[in-house]
Design a protein around this ligand. Structure first.
Ligand code: GTP
Ligand code: MN
Ligand code: MN
Length: 613
C-alpha cells in the first residue's frame, strides 16, 4: 500500500517539476520513491526563498536570528554535539577496483555499498521535504561548466549551499538547454519522522556514510547535517569527484587558496597555495601586506581548479562562491579582511557562541573576552567556565563577494593565469621559511612530501610530523600514486616556459629560543615579494641541497624588527635535520607501494645524494 501511494506521489512530484530535463527527472523520481519524503521542492535560489526557509528554520529552532544592527540577515545554528566535523573514517571512495582508491582512502565494493545505501536511505525522508538544488561549481559561463544537483532533506543545507555555490533556476535552465552531465549528490540527515513525531533542532543519525562512486561521479551522504559532510558541492564534489574528472580530462582539482599580488610598478601575479587545515590558507588569502606599495587581492581561500588555457598557460578558478571558514582565531587583529566580510551579514554561523545583545563571538574574535555568553551547547558561559565558548571547529559561512579586497579576476569564467604555487605546512624544524624548487618535478616532490606537525588541539601526541601530500590527503578521489603521476603528466598540457614555479614555505619554524623565527601573517608579504622577484629574475638566492633559499639580504626586511639570529634560523638548511627528513620521507613513500611514480622516487634519490654529499 505505502509503496503504491509513494509511487504515485513521485510521479506527481515529477509532473510538477520546473524542468523537462528527462535525465534529472528520472533521478529525482527514483530518489523520491526510495526516500519517501512528504513533499518535493525545487530550489530556485532566490532571496525570497532563502528568507522564507530561514524563517522556517527559526521556527524549528535550528536557526537563531542575529541582531539586525550587528549581523544583518544572519543566523546562528547549533549542531548535535556529535555532528561537528567531517568524518574521515566514514568517508569512502568506492571505485570499481580497490587499487584505484589507494592507501589514503577507505574502500568498499561499489555494488555492496550501493546495497547498504539503498537500505539505509529507504524511507529516510519520511515526514520531511525533499529539496532539489541545481548547482554549478565555478561559473555558469565557463567553457566547461561543472554541474551538480544536490537532493537534501535539510533546509540548513539549502541555505548554506546558496552561499557556497551558484544555485537555482538559471543553473537548471542551462543544464536542461545543454543536456549537461550533472553529478547526482544525494544527502539525507537520516532522521525520518513518523506520523505526529516532533522534530529536533538538529536532526542527524549516529550512523554516517559519506560515499563517492568515482566512475559514476555520484555522491551519497547520510546521517550528518554538518558542512563538509552535507554541503556536497564543496569537498565531496569540488575536490574528491573533481580530482577524478581532472585526472580523466587533463587538469587539477586542488585544496588551495588563490591570491593576486600587485607590485609597486602595477604588475600583477597570481599565486595559489596548498596548506593543510589550520595552516593558514584563509589567512594568506586575505593577507594585509606590510610592505610599501604592494597590494593583495583574493580570489579564493580553499579550493582551486587548475586548467590548461588556450595560450599554453595554466589558469586557476575558484569553484566556490563563499567562505566556510574556521571561526576561532579569525579576529579584527589577525584577519581584518575576513572580519569586514563577515560583518556585512548574510551569513550562517554554526557552533559559535551567542552574545547577550544578539551577536556572535568566538575565541580570538576580539582581544576583550565578553563577561557573559551562551556557549555553542546552549549553556551559560563566563570566562571562568574553563571550556571553549565556541566549538574549535565552529564556522562562518559568508558570501565571497562581500570581500572588499576581492580581485576582479574572481569573476572571470575561465579563471586567470597562474604564476606560482606554494606548498606549506607547520614545521618547527628543518623546512626553511621559503625554498624555490629546482624544477616542476622537484616541486611535485615537495608537494608529495608536504608535512605538518599535529597541534595540542588534536587528539594524540603533539608535534608529530604527519605527511599530507599537496594538503589533499583526505580529498584525493583516487590512488595517491596515480595522483602524483597525474601531476607529473599534466605539465605536458602547457608550454614549459609558462609552468608556474613551485615554492615550499613554512611560517612556523622555531628559533633557537623556541619561539617563532618569523613573525608571519601580514609580514608573509615579504616572502611573497621575494617569490615575485624570483619570477622576474631579480632576487638573489643561495643554492642548497633542497632548493633555492633567499640570501640574507634578498628579503625585504625594511621596517621589520627581526634579529640576525632569527633570520638565520628561519632560512637555515641543516644537513643533520635533512638526513632525518630523508629517512622520514622514505617511510612515507613506502606506503605508496608500486604506484609511486618512478620520477618522484628518483627525486628522493637525488635529495638523499645532495644531503649526504
Ligand atoms: P582550513 O580552512 O581548515 O582548511 O584551514 P586554513 O588553511 O584556512 O587555516 P587558517 O587560515 O584558518 O589558519 C589557522 C591557523 O594558522 C591559526 O592558528 C593561525 O593563527 C595560524 N596562522 C596563520 N598564518 C600564520 C602565520 O603566518 N604565522 C603563524 N605563526 N601562524 C599562522
Ligand atoms: Mn580556511
Ligand atoms: Mn579546507
Amino acid at each position: 500500500m505505502a509503496k503504491n501511494s509513494s509511487l504515485a506521489f513521485a510521479d506527481r512530484a515529477v509532473a510538477e517539476a520546473p524542468t523537462s530535463y528527462g535525465k534529472l527527472l528520472d533521478w529525482v523520481k527514483e530518489v523520491a520513491e526510495l526516500t519517501e519524503p512528504d513533499s518535493v521542492y525545487w530550489v530556485d535560489g532566490s532571496q525570497e526563498e532563502y528568507d522564507r526557509l530561514a524563517g522556517e528554520l527559526v521556527e524549528a529552532g535550528t536557526f537563531v536570528k542575529l541582531a539586525e544592527d550587528k549581523f544583518p540577515n544572519s543566523y546562528a545554528a547549533f549542531s548535535d554535539p556529535a555532528d561537528v566535523a567531517r568524518v574521515e573514517d566514514r568517508t569512502f571512495i568506492c571505485s570499481e577496483k580497490e587499487e584505484d582508491a589507494g592507501f589514503t582512502n577507505n574502500w568498499m565494493d561499489p555494488s555492496e555499498m550501493k546495497g547498504i545505501l539503498k537500505d539505509t536511505f529507504a524511507g529516510s525522508m519520511h515526514g520531511r521535504t525533499m529539496y532539489v538544488i541545481p548547482f554549478v561549481m565555478g561559473h555558469l559561463e565557463a567553457d566547461d561548466p561543472k554541474f551538480g544537483v544536490e537532493i537534501t532533506d535539510s533546509a540548513y543545507v539549502v541555505n548554506s549551499m546558496r552561499i557556497m555555490a551558484r544555485i537555482g533556476t538559471d543553473v537548471l535552465k542551462k543544464m536542461e538547454e545543454t543536456e549537461a552531465f550533472f553529478v547526482p549528490a544525494l544527502h539525507s540527515v537520516g532522521a525520518p519522522l513518523e506520523e505526529g513525531e516532533a522534530d529536533v533542532a538538529w536532526p542527524c543519525n549516529e550512523t554516517k556514510w559519506i560515499v563517492h562512486f568515482p566512475e559514476e561521479r555520484s555522491i551519497w551522504s547520510y546521517g550528518s547535517g554538518y558542512g563538509g559532510n552535507a554541503l556536497l558541492g564543496k569537498k565531496c564534489y569540488a575536490l574528491r569527484i573533481a580530482s577524478v574528472m581532472a585526472r580523466d580530462e587533463g587538469w587539477l582539482a586542488e585544496h588551495m587558496l588563490i591570491l593576486k599580488l600587485t607590485n609597486p610598478e602595477g604588475k600583477s601575479y597570481t599565486i595559489s597555495g596548498a596548506f593543510p587545515s589550520a595552516c593558514g590558507k584563509t589567512n594568506l588569502a586575505l593577507i594585509e601586506p606590510t610592505i610599501e606599495g604592494w597590494k593583495a587581492e583574493t580570489l579564493g581561500d580553499d579550493i582551486t581548479w587548475i586548467r590548461p588555457g588556450k595560450d599554453g598557460e595554466f589558469r586557476v578558478v575558484n569553484p566556490e562562491a563563499g567562505y566556510f571558514g574556521v571561526a576561532p582565531g579569525t579576529g579584527w587583529g589577525t584577519n581584518p579582511n575576513a572580519m569586514k566580510a563577515i560583518a556585512q551579514g548574510n551569513s550562517i554561523f554554526t557552533n559559535v557562541a551567542l552574545t547577550d545583545d544578539g551577536g556572535v563571538w568566538w575565541e580570538g574574535m576580539t582581544d576583550e573576552v565578553p563577561a557573559h555568553l551562551t556557549d555553542w551547547r546552549g549553556n551559560e558561559w563566563t570566562p571562568e567556565s574553563g571550556t571553549p565558548a565556541a566549538h574549535p571547529n565552529s564556522r562562518f559561512c559568508t558570501p565571497i563577494d562581500q570581500t572588499e579586497m576581492l580581485a576582479d579576476e574572481y569573476h572571470e569564467p575561465n579563471g586567470v593565469k597562474l604564476d606560482a604555487i606554494l606548498f606549506g605546512g607547520r614545521r618547527k624544524t628543518t623546512i626553511p621559511l621559503v625554498t624555490e624548487s629546482f624544477d616542476w618535478e622537484d616541486g611535485i616532490f615537495k608537494g608529495a612530501t608536504l608535512s605538518s606537525e599535529t597541534t595540542a588541539a588534536a587528539v594524540g601526541a603533539v608535534g608529530v610530523v604527519r605527511r599530507d601530500l599537496m594538503a589533499m590527503l583526505p580529498f584525493i578521489g583516487y590512488d595517491a600514486g596515480d595522483y602524483l603521476e597525474h601531476w607529473v603528466k599534466v605539465s605536458g598540457e602547457v608550454d614549459q616556459a609558462k609552468l608556474p614555479k613551485i615554492y615550499l614555505v613554512n611560517w612556523f619554524r622555531r628559533n633557537r629560543d623556541g619561539g617563532f623565527a618569523w613573525p608571519g601573517f601580514g609580514e608573509n608579504s615579504r616572502v611573497l615579494k621575494w617569490v615575485v622577484e624570483r619570477l622576474e629574475g631579480t632576487a638573489d638566492a643561495t643554492e642548497t641541497p633542497v632548493g633555492f633559499v633567499p640570501t640574507a639580504d634578498s628579503l625585504d626586511l625594511s621596517g621589520l624588527e627581526l634579529s640576525a639570529a632569527d633570520l638565520e634560523d628561519a632560512l637555515r638548511v641543516d644537513a643533520e635535520e635533512w638526513k632525518d627528513e630523508v629517512a622520514s620521507i622514505e617511510e612515507w613513500f613506502a606506503r605508496f607501494g608500486a604506484s609511486l611514480p618512478a620520477s618522484i622516487a628518483g627525486q628522493l634519490d637525488g635529495l638523499r645524494q645532495r644531503v649526504n654529499g
